[in-house]
Ligand binder design. Structure first.
Ligand SMILES: Nc1ncnc2c1ncn2[C@@H]1O[C@H](COP(=O)(O)OP(=O)(O)OP(=O)(O)O)[C@@H](O)[C@H]1O
Length: 357
């Protein structure tokens, strides 16, 4: 997938912007607070239907305006193209794809798969399992078709079970949801395992080049205890669930711990190495999507140079180039742009205005 043309109106500091990016690497430079992250945020919004930043009650609408509009012409690998768009007022969001009567967020996600590397990317290693589930499920969603319908049914049943637990209903009203939970949990779990296995195969090649020979290990835990299956785990924790008022085990508690040579990646590697490792994981995901579905996701890399010295900047740039596909990366200064990036299209952002250089 690649963005052929991007237009934004009244998005954060932008009054209006209209750019035609390269299908390969796009470099965006600009001073602090010029609008670089906002530009990446607009692209992210277009592909996910939501922001990666906290927005408060006026979700990314330019100050003094009532709405923002984003439009993108998206080229697909098979030669087709789609036009997608978002119109966001304070209370309402409307998605649009081609002439489709009704467009959902899922349509956007499927039309413009994208991954973000932002300066907080180390959270994947440092913080709770939520970030790692998110990372894992982005790939599972795009690659394993059985995953999403089962995940949605699981979440619906989980909400009902939790409601019953919270309302202190009798046991029979709680366990009434267990069969539906177990049926879908098995599909979710199998999809995640299959995906991680594929991810694992592509990992050493990339991480060895970036971080040396120490093997990176992905340790998946399904979200429930014991070896007797989720049904048994649910049954055995029913009393605890009743006391807690919610379902304590299940795929919604899964984790994917990332370790390097038996030490936790969080403890072992520096901030810069964490960023390199996490970006490597995202690149392997991108490559997997290409191999399994013939799709190249768009990569958004905010402030690539932050926390990285020249060596890591250059090696990472080489890896990003090798994966191919469209990429947008921001830099404070042109001098920080790695030489290894080769042929790039450059944009400069200043006071909410973007121009091709
Ligand atoms: N809703 C909004 N309306 C108008 N301006 C906004 C809005 N939201 C944010 N801004 C402004 O947009 C400017 C650009 O912010 P952005 O985070 O994109 O900058 P940046 O170029 O990525 O900076 P840095 O390099 O420091 O991270 C900031 O001055 C910010 O205050």
């Amino acid at each position: 997938m690649h963005i052929q043309r991007l237009r934004l109106q009244h998005f954060r500091c932008f009054e209006f912007a209209d750019i035609e990016p390269s299908h390969g690497i796009n470099v965006i430079t600009g001073d602090n607070a010029s609008g670089k992250t906002s530009l990446l945020e607009a692209i992210f919004f277009l592909g996910r239907g939501q922001s990666f930043r906290q927005s408060g009650p006026r979700p990314a609408i330019r100050q003094g305006q009532d709405a923002f509009t984003l439009n993108g012409d998206i080229g697909v690998e098979d030669g087709r193209s789609h036009r997608i768009g978002i119109h966001r007022t304070r209370n309402r969001i409307v998605f649009k794809r081609d002439a489709q009567a009704e467009t959902t967020r899922l349509d956007l996600i499927n039309t413009l798969p994208l991954q973000l590397v932002d300066p907080n990317v180390h959270r994947l290693l440092e913080q709770g399992p939520r970030f790692r589930r998110h990372f894992m499920d982005w790939g599972v969603f795009h690659v394993e078709h059985a995953f999403f319908p089962a995940w949605r049914r699981y979440r619906r049943a989980l909400r009902q079970r939790n409601r019953a637990l919270k309302a202190r209903l009798p046991k029979k009203d709680i366990i009434a949801w267990d069969a539906e939970l177990v049926r879908n949990a098995e599909v979710v779990d199998a999809s995640r395992r299959a995906y991680i296995e594929h991810l694992y195969r592509g990992l050493p090649e990339r991480t060895n080049r970036l971080l040396g020979d120490e093997p990176v290990v992905l340790d998946y835990t399904p979200g429930w205890r014991g070896d007797d299956g989720f049904g048994m785990a649910l049954a055995s924790s029913l009393d605890q669930d009743q006391r807690a008022g919610f379902t304590q085990q299940g795929p919604h508690r899964a984790d994917l711990r990332i370790t390097i040579a038996s030490a936790s990646a969080r403890d072992w590697v520096s901030r810069g190495q964490q960023k390199v490792l996490t970006t490597a994981l995202l690149l392997v995901q991108a490559q997997l999507l290409q191999q399994r579905r013939g799709l190249r996701p768009v990569l958004l890399i905010d402030d690539l140079a932050a926390e990285l010295g020249p060596h890591y900047r250059e090696t990472l740039a080489t890896e990003i180039e090798a994966v191919g596909g469209q990429c947008f990366m921001t830099f404070l200064e042109a001098s920080l742009v790695p030489e290894g990036l080769g042929d790039v299209r450059r944009f400069h952002v200043e006071h909410g205005r973007v121009a091709a250089v």
